[in-house]
Design a protein around this ligand. Sequence first.
Ligand code: ADP
Length: 504
Amino acid sequence: MKIMGKQVLGRVSMRIPLILCFLFVTAIPLMIQARVLAIYNRKAMTSQAINDAQNRCTILANELAQAEFFTGLQNTSRITSLKTEIETTADVLGGRIVLVDANYKIMEDTFGLSGGKTIVVREVLKAFDGTPVTHIDDDNGFYYVVYPVMSRENALADGTGGNGSGAAKGNGDDPAGGKTADGVMILIVSTESIGLVRGKISGSTGLLQLLLMLAFFFVDVLLASLLLRPFRRLQDQLDTAADGNLSQEIDEDTYAETSDISDTVSRTINQLKAIDESRQEFVSNVSHELKTPITSIRVLADSLMTMENPPVELYQEFMEDISQEIDRESQIIEDLLTLVRMDRSNPDMNMRSVSINAMIEEILKRLRPLAKAKNIELAYESIREVKADIDEVKLSLAIMNLVENAIKYNREEGWVHVTLDADHRYFYVRVIDNGIGIPKEYQDHVFERFYRVDKARSRESGGTGLGLAITKNIVVLHRGAIRLQSEEGKGTTFTVRIPLNYIP
Ligand code: ADP
């Protein structure tokens, strides 16, 4: 699924999510702000419109009260001019004005639709009690103000000094039958005009918002490029290294992340360099080691060929030397093959439960003639019986190399002791000798391939310089460890520790 997803999406540049993140954090607050502003604007404009309407109502109501519109005669010139003013006001506001008298009869309607009809609704009743009512009907797009028209006496009794808000209690000798107001003025205005203004404002703020968004987008793209610049520099360095220039410094440390990546890659490159160097060294060592016996053979053969009638004894002696050199060559090749086989990523391990005591006894039995020839005492001490899961052929070879070395690099009438011990997890084989020892400065190197402390002595005793490298490999393959303690001129102890149960 993951692979499929990757295939579908392809490789996305990190710049895209970065830009999206930036846009997200810049655009969202901008949109929220615009929305809040729009709501605030709408409320402010509506309340301003209503305030305006109420003010006009107050003025008109005062004039109506003064002209005794609801209580006096209708055909005076003052009333006529008032009606014109009412119509003008309704036109200016883009609404409709309806006047209702104390009998709830519509006396005047600027739309001329409901004249003479009766209107008894809650808002009108409330206004007759002296309380103006205001209502906004957003769904249907209009608002209305129902306003009481009060005569001066009623207003004084109400305590407002004229037409105005505030409830007034009706008094007993009220000519309007308990009502505070003489009449009521209803102003109904469509909110369409407010909507239009709002539309214009939101149109221009929308444009501003779009421009801001575009500006943000460009800034975001720029920022993303700047932030990714160290990664691009790191990529350039890595590309150069990948092209084979391993001496290229990988050191982009602008961010902690690029610094960590640089460190890890540098370490990997250094390891690769070390592997490469050791491989080159190994190849040159192998060539040199393989060439040495061949050169000797050539020298021996050439000198025989250039001699005229050499004696048979000389032939025999030279042929023996040639045979020894061939043995040596095949020994090097055999050791090399052993190493190569174990160097494979998955070497064959033929694990089975083996008696370690019996295995060591068998090794010592085979090496006793060599020890005897060199007048060296070979002793074995087993603390306990040990059985362990091992590859017997390989581990025999490893222990044999150690005991053979202990005999080879020994002194006249020296000794070699082999001990075997175990605890609940490991068994320990120690090969101790009182031979020539290994100087401190060489001790770390003796496990390297072809490394020999004394080349002449090693060669003389048929060494290839690969024995300890093979031994170490075998021990590691058994998940074990090998340790060396030595003092020049006093002797050497190799300790091998192997787990009793093999952990694959
Ligand atoms: P070689 O084939 O030369 O013996 P090894 O890898 O077995 O190669 O040993 C590497 C070198 O370590 C030897 O050449 C020798 O100088 C030194 N060495 C190994 N074992 C001993 C030992 N028991 N005492 C002294 N020197 C040793």
